[in-house]
Design a protein around this ligand. Sequence first.
Ligand code: B12
Length: 475
Amino acid sequence: MNFLFVFAYEETNISQMKVHTPPLGIGYMAAFLKQAGHSVRAVDLQVQHKQDVFDNMDGVEMVGISILTNYFEHAVDLVSELRERGFNGKIVLGGPHVTALAEESLRDSGADYACVSEGEEVMLDFAAGKPGEEIPGICWIENGEFRQNPMRAFNKPLDEYPFPAIEVFQLERYGSYNMTLVSPSTRDGIIMTSRGCPFRCDFCYRDDINKRMRMRSAENIVAEIKQLKERYGYRKYSFIDDCFNANIKQAKRICQAIIDAKLDIIFTLPNGMRADLVDDELAGLMKKAGCIGANIGVESWDEGVAEKMDKRLKKDEVINAVQLFRKHGIICTAYFIMGHYWDTKESVKRNIEAVKELGADFFQFTNFVPVPGSPAYNMLRREGLLDIKSFREYSLFGSKLLFKHPILSETDIHSSIRIANQKAAFRLRTLVVMLKRPIILWNVFRQFGQIMALTKITEFGRPPDLKMSTNKTEA
Ligand code: B12
């Protein structure tokens, strides 16, 4: 069969900065299909124009669209345009947003099928000619009724999966996750060493399958890196697991295998690691294996709020992890969420104080967005507290307040983010880190405009102490 996959994105937003990386979900599905002898094309709208979709429709029998929440409405537009242009093959939607909101996704888009959770085996079933109505993991609308087949079991070991077929993408158009740590021309090799996460943080998307963690063997990961190196010459890698060190022994095994194989790579861990699962041995092995940057998901500097978010981290554990990364020379960024439903004026102030107390190399403060498929989203929806007019409003940076916060207003949250980011940017530590690593200094200089816009640090004018308003009418 002939398949075309599309990664939904905002047409007007095609980045000149090369910060995007190839979507591995499509890469994996393409690998399964190609292995079974089918023809697969892909258009990634992060780096390509929508016209490329229409130009690639020749002979296509099924279109699969991969969707994250904030690009859902772009996917809806694409479905309509495909139909208007006369495509009458099946259109199947998938990805985290669709898994979380399958019925709404089908009703709002008019697509034929929605895939819940992972799509590799689902697509093989389609390719084998099975009707969607008989495929486990598939949903559809029939006579106005939402119908859903049972979930799949996903028992196949990850080591038996083919490596993602990234050749379906225009690889020269991509860049690196870590624009500040590497030279502008760097392209990342993207690796998923595991699927799923055993933790239950309430702001994070989870489906029934990825509550369970599945791991690849260290040997299998090394083999993929070797292949990427040989074929594409990547030297820098991003391991984009939900949580790289969710299993600390496995994280050590992977680093050790990279060291033993003398791969001579560098890598970063863009997603939040667990601070309570970092020890001296792991930080040392990470460094030896080539890790240049690691991020820690702190989320709140108020242990009570961290507990309510189900993050359950102690400040001591975070400080310890940061010190270990610093000791071993790994650049460490701490992620914080501002304006979580559980945040109070005091907890937000505490987050700002973390800049002084934690001593991470960099900080990233972003506003809380209730992500469909996360426990927080489900809770807010149940309680009737969501205030979402369009999924286009979803963005970690400068997003609208998408729910009724009992205490904080949108302005409170945005100004606290601004203050925190200002404090984080203008520190001796930042200066020292930049002076020690000229590439960081150069990147900051190069991207000054974007960084300013992102952190809104140009918008001074508010006193440095937080003057919060109360939003009692909305409570
Ligand atoms: C890399 C990544 C990104 C990358 C690009 C996405 C990409 N390349 O796929 C970037 C940086 C763009 C990104 C952005 C965002 N991300 Co992100 N990201 C990820 C991350 C870490 C890995 C994605 C990945 O490669 N997964 C591995 C592959 C194998 O899984 P997959 O992509 O889900 O695909 C499988 C299934 O979903 C399904 N599938 C997917 N597409 C399709 C299509 C069809 C037709 C079918 C049948 C099946 C199918 O089958 C695939 C194979 O099994 C995930 C976490 C995770 N573990 O997935 C978060 C994740 C996808 N991101 C998430 C979020 C929330 C975001 C943001 C929207 C955050 C925000 N609110 O701003 C931002 C958008 C930022 C912005 N302002 O633009 C959530 C998604 C929740 C949601 N409801 O959409 C996740 C799940 C993190 C989390 N646990 O909360 N992200």
